[in-house]
Design a protein around this ligand. Structure first.
Ligand SMILES: *Cc1c(COP(=O)(O)O)cnc(C)c1O
Length: 231
């Protein structure tokens, strides 16, 4: 059996050491526990143990768990997967942060739905396809400024940072350039001062590569299998 709490402590330890190595405070780094494929009972022990949020990548599954979990209001729910425009309405009912806005069309639809639902400020991150893999969603780095200009006309949406998924690497060290590029892009955009943009979150790093992401400045890690075991 997987000892989720032991795994979680080990992950926290590794984050603290990576933070130390890079002169960062571990408290500045938050973990989204990625719970896709994990049943509600399997998640329960983690609630109130220091995770920032739980992350789901499918609206249907997230809603089913949200409805079933007695602890639903004791934790934030983050959406981290590709979001279809026809699922935005449901997603907005539970997600307090959407990490994965990957098109201007989606940005506009979130704004429109937020208006209908009377939500003032839907917090989102823009997903950036740094590595340029054709299998990955996200804005190419060069199109992010255009998306931020578009966000000016989406007053119900608050863009609070950037997210990326690095390619899987046997040797996680090889992901470093991807994470570094995202951090530098964030810094550049921040300097350019888009009114629709606050560079608050750098969501990067998963089970295989989170220590490298920490060293490169991530402050929101999305970690699944290192906590819950292999799916
Ligand atoms: C599944 C998933 C994760 C977590 O992956 P692990 O390798 O299990 O840690 C992180 N981010 C996204 C977008 C995911 O879909």
């Amino acid at each position: 059996m997987v000892d989720v709490m032991a795994n979680w402590r080990a992950v926290q330890d590794r984050i603290a050491r990576a933070a130390q190595r890079s002169g960062r405070s571990p408290e500045s780094i938050e973990v989204v526990a990625v719970t896709k494929g994990v049943p509600v009972e399997g998640i329960a022990p983690l609630i109130k143990s220091g995770i920032a949020a739980i992350g789901e990548n499918r609206v249907q599954e997230a809603l089913a768990k949200y409805t079933a979990a007695e602890w639903r209001d004791e934790v934030e729910w983050h959406f981290i997967g590709h979001l279809q425009t026809n699922k935005v309405k449901q997603c907005l009912q539970i997600a307090s942060l959407i990490h994965s806005v990957d098109s201007i069309r989606l940005l506009r639809e979130i704004n429109r739905r937020a208006e209908v639902l009377g939500l003032d400020r839907v917090r989102v991150l823009l997903q950036v396809n740094v590595s340029g893999e054709s299998t990955k969603f996200g804005f190419s780095p060069s199109t992010v400024p255009k998306a931020l200009e578009e966000a000016v006309s989406c007053p119900r949406v608050a863009v609070q940072g950037l997210m990326t998924i690095a390619p899987y690497e046997e040797n996680p060290e090889r992901t470093r350039p991807v994470f570094r590029k995202l951090r530098l892009l964030g810094e550049k955009l921040e300097q350019q001062g888009f009114p629709s943009f606050e560079m608050k979150y750098l969501s990067m790093g998963m089970s295989n590569d989170f220590e490298i992401a920490v060293e490169e400045g991530a402050n929101l890690l999305r970690i699944g299998s290192a906590i819950f075991g292999q799916r």
